[in-house]
Design a protein around this ligand. Sequence first.
Ligand code: ANZ
Length: 805
Amino acid sequence: MVERYNPNAIEKKWQKIWEEEKTFKTVMDKSKEKFYALVEFPYPSGAGLHVGHPRSYTALDVVSRKRRMQDQVVLYPMGFDAFGLPTENFAIKNKIHPRIVTEQNIENFTKQLKSIGFSFDWDRVIDTTQPDYYKWTQWIFIQMFKKGLAYKKEYPINWCPNDKVGLSNEEVVNGHCERCGAKVEHRVRNQWMLKITEYADRLIDDLDLVDYLPHIKQQQINWIGRSKGAEINFSIKNHDEKLTVYTTRPDTIYGSTYMVIAPEHKIIDILKDEIENYDEVLKYKDLANKKSDFERGEMNKDKTGVELKGVKAINPLTNEEIPVWISDYVMVTYGTGAIMAVPAHDTRDYEFAKKFNLPIVEVVSGGNVENEAYTDTQTGTMINSGILDGLEVKDAKEKIIKYIEENGLGEKKTNFKLRDWVFSRQRYWGEPIPMVYCEEHGWNPIDEKELPLLLPEVENYEPTDDGSSPLSTIPEFVNTTCPICGGPAHRETDTMPQWAGSSWYYLRYMDPNNQDALVGKDEVEYFSPIDWYNGGNEHTTLHLLYSRFWHKFLYDIGVVPTKEPYMKRTSHGMILGENNEKMSKSRGNVVNPDDIVENYGADTLRTYEMFISEFDKSVPWSDESLVGVRKYLDRVWRLQDILVKGNEYSSDMEVLINQTIKKVTDDYESMKFNTAISQLMILLNSFTKKGQINKKELETYLILLNPCAPHLTEEIWQILGHKTQMANANIWPTFDESKLTSDMVEIPVQVNGKVRGKIEVSKDASKEEIIEKSQQEENVKAFLAGKNVRKVIFVPGKILNIVAN
Ligand code: ANZ
């Protein structure tokens, strides 16, 4: 009998060996196939690792370990996305420098990650807050500035009054700050912006080049929100000013009975002398400003608005005078901030028209809002529509666009929901933006030789009350000279947002210590692109899109060889608390991975997380299944007790073993970890039932299980006498196609019409062989004892019935 399975001792032992021997160090070898697996690097929070992290990390660890045993060069790196608000807020509260907080947190995360036995190359760890890393983040920013992709703009930003920080639209969830939950306000600030919109078309079109899960592609497409339509100018009666609208339905222009502009539209100021109810208009504008974009855009809310009394616009096709309203359902940041309202065919316009008693004119037959068929007004025949009458919608669109272009009334236009990326944060713990302002020469980047522009040491990281960055209070940092004329100038004091460092980190892993370039040519040629990237669904529209944008830019300036960074993107479901709710301190349902490693072992934690459900589904934590998985590993350990000699699969196990090799090999690659593990459990049961396993069989079993339970399997492997580790050996088994189905069949044996036993015989066994074997079956023997066989009925391949009395 072997000693009891003792994961604590075994796991520490192997982790030490891996560390000392640098087992998972990645070395380029052009003669071999490479596999670059990436998981999202964590933000090293004070709370430490969450049991959600190992779900993603174990998954690609499984694939990475398998690929190493298939003789591939695997790059599976880890790092820390360490700039950001929580650390800064913690530092302010506890009066510890964020640098120290970050170091402590990284140390703790590293210890935790190592205790789970991930096969990361620890020599490639990156930390986005290290100057030799953020030097290149700054360098990329400067290249973007040089290409006109970084610019300054007065921009109404989402402002979190609690964190005192500007937020990108992506960081605002239902009108609230994604991090702290405070209600978001609007504030106008002079911000650095990155022109992601210039890449909008390519960010959609190049999705054809990659293998992302369908829902991930769709979410990106929706987020970018490409919409094709036209801009049309409406003139203002008795005024030179024109009001330009954006519409996706220029064909419905004859049905446009009024216009609506955003409360922030600049024409309000221009027409101030004409507007008879200017005070009322200003009051409404004020009110709208206090609402978030989300509240304003909400579909089902009651429509509000104020007419600009004294102002009339002219519908350029009907030549009719129509009223102009302001309402907060029109956003200033989308299209032109003005719409031609077509209440018969647009739900929001319809609700508005009903409320304020505005005329509704149907222009697509059968397609109006009051009609059930409304849901699809993209088809139908034009009515009440002058030159468009009788045309189908599609043709009407073409004709009207041609008409407005020929008559100087407007032009075809593509719009995107995606906005440029607000890239300034008024906070301390981020990358300094390497820009300098001089009265004469405006904004210019610092000399690239001066990079990195170091984040200065400060005593106080508290944002200032006017919302400026803490850096603005340090004269030694602020005051500098103009890189163009050498005259007095001042530095930008905003820092980069959370998403900067993570937009290109995957490139640095390829060559983490390069002092002369962001990544070496040889390395980037060899390791690009990333073969497989797994991460959270919540990053589909933020990080994933941002990093694709940066990558495309780096491709354009010749830094990277591929158009896309990630060939494949998958995502995992969340692990919920045992009560089926999201894990959180306040709900008291947090499971700490350290406790699981301590009490059950890392191999149990890993195997459990791969086993609990389909990988992309959310699943509640379950102590019961955890215990079940631990028992399974105990039984694997005890296979040593029934070990016999043998260098070939035994004939009765051969089929099941081949089936298992095939299934596990396929399932790991398609992220069906749970069914791979259940197949391994079935095979284990067969060995246990048989009461023996030979050496060859045990070795195959260990190899297949190794990616999930690497410590346990290495230990038994060593006990079997192997001098080298499994981890980097080219030993992944292949299956024999001809041995996937059994040529044995199971035949039920009846005695006088009742099944008394089952026997296993070869498919083409003769009737005589079968009768003979049936009489050796214990139970059948018992029922035949003292009787004479009168008759034997045999249905080949199906059943044997013995009549006896
Ligand atoms: C007339 C019309 C008739 C419209 C109709 C729709 C249906 P997407 O597809 O999202 O791009 N719109 C334009 N700018 C807007 C803004 N700043 N705020 C709110 N709504 C705006 O939608 C474009 C449509 O949304 C445009 O086409 C416009 O209404 C409205 F039967 O023009 B449409």
